[in-house]
Ligand binder design. Structure first.
Ligand code: GAP
Length: 459
């Protein structure tokens, strides 16, 4: 069977089998739209966020980090427009089973693009085309369904205690704009970056990590002078491409989609979605890049009565405009895994391996003694393991089964190198090979002997 057949299903199965991603609340039958990261998934997840933070915050002088609270004052979401129709999806109900569906998805399945349509137009089309629910029953009229999760703070009842789990990390940045300016005195243009959880009560969570109800975002609000947004838009467009290169995604699998005016989010005047060619699904949104104008700062300024203008050194005051590159961690993980998933033939057998970039792989290297019942081999291997641990935090130890099986296991989780300590390492066969080890390359399966003293630089 070709590698690309059912690739997504194979990736999802590998994720469960090898401890990357599990269904949320698994032993209770799961909870739709939630996923848990296992030991290897959390490593990949952390590596992606670490690389992102390094590229967009640490390696730059114009970026400031932030970690705002998830639960925010409800007034934030009224001011930003998220409590209104702008942050709602069209919903229809199966009149028999009462199950709810995204009306635009049902239309799409029938070859109709509902982007920009009103609820009345959607309802009329469903009736005109005789579209039924996936269970074959009549559908209700379309209505708006707000995507924010509601909760309440403390013991307060009624509207007063009502809060929302944030549906985007961005608003934490806007409400802290003044705090960052007053404490850090940044020069224009500058950005504030944040990584954290966001929650959306999606009507139809689906396709693994693609559309879920609890996810992580890596977001930047980049503040510019209003007249400079177009030039900065082009600079950031290139920065996004560099990030996808760094994730190891081939350019053929990433494309830009200029969102049409009638489908722009309520805050945006221009948006480019960066899409990935997900196997079995085709190109779909991996990250969004929006020009949010001064919509948010302006709205918060009006609603809070706090002056959120930026003051230039000559005393001029203005509301900065904003460019927003917004990345979903789960979609990045899915794209990275799909890109890395490979099958080939090695030693007469079909082999599955993840060609993950070294800086993303859960383990950088695996160390093993050729035989686990030979004390001198195990002691030497432990020595090498300890040495490498000082250079790389993510070194694996594996002494289960035979060496071939260990290699296959590591290939499947994307470990770039496997090191085996054998009798030659001990100098028992050829004294000139004493203190050298076998280093096996994941992608080619090639093995070479490397002196232990050179290992860190070779890896
Ligand atoms: N602050 C802007 C914003 O949130 P968005 O296009 O709604 O824009 C940005 O979301 C990114 O967050 C998306 O490109 C996607 O990667 C991720 N994302 C959004 N909703 C998601 C969901 N339900 N499940 C998984 N990822 C999601």
């Amino acid at each position: 069977m070709a590698e690309n057949d059912n690739k997504m299903e194979k990736v999802v199965a590998l994720c469960k089998r090898r401890g990357f991603v599990f269904q949320g609340s698994d032993i209770y039958g799961g909870l739709a739209g939630t996923w848990d990261f296992g030991p290897l998934g959390v490593a990949l997840n952390n590596n992606i966020k670490k690389e992102w933070w390094k590229m967009f915050v640490e390696d730059r002088e114009d970026m400031y980090g932030l970690d705002a609270a998830i639960v925010m004052n409800a007034k934030v979401w009224q001011a930003s427009g998220h409590t209104g129709a702008g942050f709602a999806d069209p919903l229809v109900e199966d009149l028999e089973t009462k199950e709810r569906y995204r009306a635009d998805h049902l239309l799409k399945d029938n070859g109709i693009d509902a982007d920009g349509m009103t609820l009345e137009e959607i309802t009329a089309l469903i009736q005109e085309k005789g579209i039924k629910s996936p269970k074959g029953n009549e559908l209700s009229e379309a209505r708006q369904f707000n995507l924010m999760f509601e909760s309440r703070v403390g013991a307060t009842s009624g509207e007063e205690g009502k809060v929302y789990l944030r549906p985007e990390t961005a608003q934490g940045i806007f409400v802290n704009f003044k705090n960052v300016i007053d404490s850090m005195h940044p020069k224009m243009p500058f950005g504030i970056a944040q990584v954290g959880k966001a929650f959306r009560n999606e009507i139809a969570p689906r396709e693994f990590l693609f559309r879920v109800r609890e996810f992580e975002q890596m977001e930047i609000e980049y503040f510019v002078k209003p007249e400079e947004w177009e030039a900065q838009f082009e600079v950031w467009r290139e920065n996004l491409w560099k990030w996808f290169d760094h994730l190891g995604l081939s350019r053929a699998n990433v494309q830009e989609y200029e969102v049409p005016e009638n489908d722009l989010a309520h805050y945006s005047r221009r948006t480019i979605d960066f899409e990935y060619n997900f196997p079995g699904k085709g190109f779909d949104e991996l990250a969004g890049f929006a020009y949010r104008t001064d919509h948010d700062l302006n709205s918060h300024m009006k609603a809070s009565g706090i002056d959120l203008r930026y003051t230039e050194s000559d005393g001029t005051k203005f509301i900065p405009h904003v460019l927003e590159p917004s990345f979903g961690v789960g979609r990045a993980i899915t794209a990275v895994l799909c890109e890395a998933y490979k099958e080939d033939e090695m030693g007469g057998e079909v082999r599955t391996y993840l060609a993950l970039p070294k800086h993303l792989a859960p383990f950088r290297v695996m160390v093993s003694p050729l035989l686990k019942n030979k004390e001198e081999l195990v002691d030497k291997a432990r020595e090498v393991y300890t040495l490498l641990k000082r250079a790389f935090p993510n070194v694996a130890w594996d002494d289960n089964g035979n060496v071939g099986k260990r290699y296959r296991r590591q290939d499947e989780i994307g470990t770039p190198y496997c090191i085996t300590i054998d009798f030659e390492t001990l100098g028992q066969e050829d004294p000139s090979l004493k203190d050298t080890v076998t280093v096996r390359d994941r992608d080619t399966g090639e093995q070479k002997r490397v002196a232990i003293a050179l290992l860190t630089s070779v890896l």
